[in-house]
Design a protein around this ligand. Structure first.
Ligand code: WTA
Length: 650
């Protein structure tokens, strides 16, 4: 969790730039407040009205059925998500670019709405031809290539769920997620480009599939063209089955609550959880927030730099923008490839107007310096966004000045895989911003910072962030584990949604999200579980016990520090430290690579045997005793602190 400097709460709000407000969808704080109050008074009336943003095959008469903690939204309505993202735009936007894609190697492709529609229809038929049925789950393990959104929309079109797995995950992570979803089909690629190298996705997938008995077919996109192993009978080239399929694939109506996708995310246990989203409520809230929060207009060129392997890419590269008929930019690779101005080159080339990125990226740009930005004309930008982790006020201000040239409002958007869509954010033409605060909840969202008894905490005190009423894009359950869904989200503070974040609310009602209160670690905005990393460590033959904590980091927000005790017969060494780091990154993925592994005789525990993470966090933070050397931690110190803190923690 971030160190918090309470005086920032008193900072003067930055009003929305006047020129921006004049043309915005929502133009003043007053207008926002009216909308908010209207939604609070009559949530069903409010959401029922917003539902007109979607194209329904059968319009719903019901809005919400709430049998806590289970919600159904618009349950008697019928629609097709892919139809909403593609077909409905064809008449007006047939030739409008839907997707502008750039590979890291410089390859570029553009698809109009008509072309994207055709590709999706063909691939939907290809999936049907290999026997994919509505309600089944298809696992997608791809780099950031156009086939990724095409595969997702093709699944949506035929009512199959997709489970997209971030391309940075390893074979073991893939096996766990495929086993949980019981997918029969995997979609992957020979490879993708990252930092000038090939990421050999098919090799990783092949290793995983040795342990995935459910997978019968694997569809492989040819991206790099390098040689790959081939399993006849199982593997098929994407381009071959797409070519053989018809382009005629009518969009069938599905119920509002038909499942749309599972997305695995890290929680407080070693087992990743499959967050389940369904169709209409999810699509409505992503569509509506894209329009309002990004103040989207017809001629915008919208670029969200997230990877589609995470929820930000699902909601704000694919579903929200396409459902609005927007032009989206998608980039395959790293921001510093080949040089540190790649992003600004892309902004200039495509005249990007809306740029949505992470706080980590902003801090990296800041550290790289103005020379990279000054090389390019980025005056097309009119709105900036950030997501995924708290943004410190200094980075916010830099973003505003250096990238936004004091002209572009910043939307600091708070939300989660589980919330499906943005929940707390400024409306760029209406809400005065305070650097570091996600500001106010959106209309229809009842967010409160409370104590464990669900009582609001006074301004300036830290409490838990909760959502007090159901919202359309909320997760419906954890795939295959409804009990865990109820327990983790709705029973911690009975009856309300527990977000797992610490926050403060200031005297103006502005919300300041401070970070997680559980064992989730956010490394560069990527969500990882300390328990998952601990299980990876103890699977190594030398490790007896492991505890993993976060250490604040200037660029990445947080990094991973591991404390391990070794089995007898093994002793600390630089080699072992390196081996363990490597072991974590091959077991989970390179994103989970620890910044440090430190050796102890014992892990400090409370009398009841709970590992004292607070103490370890403190040690990790302060650089501790051993620093970069590999000697054992000074147990005398640990024990002394443990004695005093152990009592408090029990
Ligand atoms: C954190 C990402 C501060 C938070 C969309 C949350 C943020 C977790 C913000 C969800 C923000 C997200 N300010 N913290 N604007 N946005 N977070 O599921 O801790 O990958 O609980 O979804 O990211 O991460 P997830």
């Amino acid at each position: 969790m971030l160190e918090f400097d309470p005086h920032v709460l008193d900072e003067k709000p930055v009003p929305p730039p006047e020129e921006f407000s004049k043309r915005a969808h929502v133009r003043s704080l007053d207008e926002y407040r009216k909308m908010y109050e209207r939604a609070e008074r009559d949530p069903e009336g409010f959401w029922g009205e917003q539902a007109k943003l979607l194209d329904w095959f059968q319009a719903p008469t019901k809005v919400l059925e709430w049998d806590s903690p289970h919600a159904k939204w618009f349950s008697d309505g019928k629609l097709n998500v892919a139809h909403n993202c593609l077909d409905r735009h064809l008449e007006k936007n047939h030739n409008k670019p839907a997707l502008i894609w750039e590979g890291e190697d410089g390859a570029t492709l553009q698809f109009t709405y008509a072309e994207l529609h055709e590709r999706v229809c063909r691939f939907a038929n290809a999936l049907l031809s290999i026997g994919v049925k509505p309600g089944e789950c298809v696992t997608v393990y791809l780099p950031m290539v156009p086939e990724l959104p095409i595969a997702m929309l093709a699944c949506a079109r035929i009512g199959a769920l997709h489970s997209v797995i971030f391309g940075g995950f390893s074979a073991t992570a893939l096996v766990d997620r495929i086993a949980d979803s019981q997918s029969k089909v995997l979609i992957t690629a020979d490879g993708g480009y990252r930092r000038g190298k090939i990421v050999p996705l098919k090799d990783t997938a092949d290793a995983a599939l040795k342990n995935c008995p459910t997978i019968a077919k694997s569809i492989v996109v040819k991206r790099t063209g390098h040689d790959v192993d081939w399993h006849d009978g199982r593997d098929r080239w994407w381009h071959e089955i797409e070519k053989a399929a018809s382009k005629d694939c009518p969009a069938e109506p599905f119920d509002s609550e038909h499942p749309l996708y599972v997305l695995y995310t890290s929680g407080t246990t070693g087992k990743p959880k499959g967050v389940l989203h369904t169709s209409a409520g999810y699509l409505l809230q992503t569509t509506w927030t894209t329009r309002l929060v990004f103040d989207l207009r017809d001629d915008d060129v919208y670029w969200c730099t997230a990877d589609i392997g995470w929820v930000t890419g699902h909601s704000y590269i694919v579903y929200g923008p396409l459902s609005n008929g927007a032009t989206i930019v998608m980039y395959e690779g790293a921001p510093d490839q080949p040089t540190k101005d790649r992003f600004w080159e892309i902004v200039e080339r495509y005249k990007v107007t809306i740029f949505y990125s992470s706080a980590t990226a902003v801090r990296a740009f800041m550290s790289w310096g103005m020379e990279w930005i000054d090389k390019h004309d980025i005056s097309s930008l009119r709105l900036l966004g950030t997501v995924g982790e708290p943004i410190n006020p200094a980075a916010w201000k830099w973003y505003f000045e250096a990238i936004g040239k004091n002209r572009c409002p910043i939307v600091d958007t708070w939300w989660q895989t589980e919330t499906g869509a943005i929940m707390i954010s400024p409306l760029p033409g209406a809400t005065p911003t305070k650097p570091g605060s996600a500001t106010l909840p959106l209309p229809g969202i009842i967010a409160r910072v409370v104590n464990m008894k669900n009582e609001p905490v006074p301004p300036g005190e830290t409490g838990y962030l909760t959502i007090q009423k159901p919202w359309p894009s909320m997760l419906r359950t954890i795939y295959g584990d409804d009990e865990r869904y109820a327990r983790e989200y709705w029973q911690k503070i009975p009856g309300v949604y527990f977000a797992g974040d610490a926050a403060q609310c200031d005297k103006d009602g502005y919300i300041w999200v401070l970070g997680r209160v559980d064992d989730v670690i956010k490394v560069a905005g990527h969500r990882l579980s300390s328990m998952e990393i601990e299980s990876a460590l103890v699977s190594h033959p030398t490790v007896a016990e492991a505890a993993v904590v976060a250490r604040p980091d200037e660029i990445k927000g947080e990094v991973i520090v591991c404390f391990v005790t070794l089995r007898s017969g093994h002793s600390p060494s630089i080699e072992l430290r390196g081996l363990l780091m490597e072991h974590v990154s091959t077991t989970i993925g390179t994103i989970a690579r620890p910044a440090d592994v430190r050796f102890c005789d014992i892990l400090p525990k409370t009398r009841s045997g709970k590992i004292m993470r607070r103490l370890l966090r403190e040690l990790a933070h302060k650089g501790g005793i051993s620093g970069d050397t590999t000697t054992l931690e000074d147990m005398g110190v640990i024990e002394r602190i443990a004695k005093t803190q152990g009592k408090e923690e029990e």
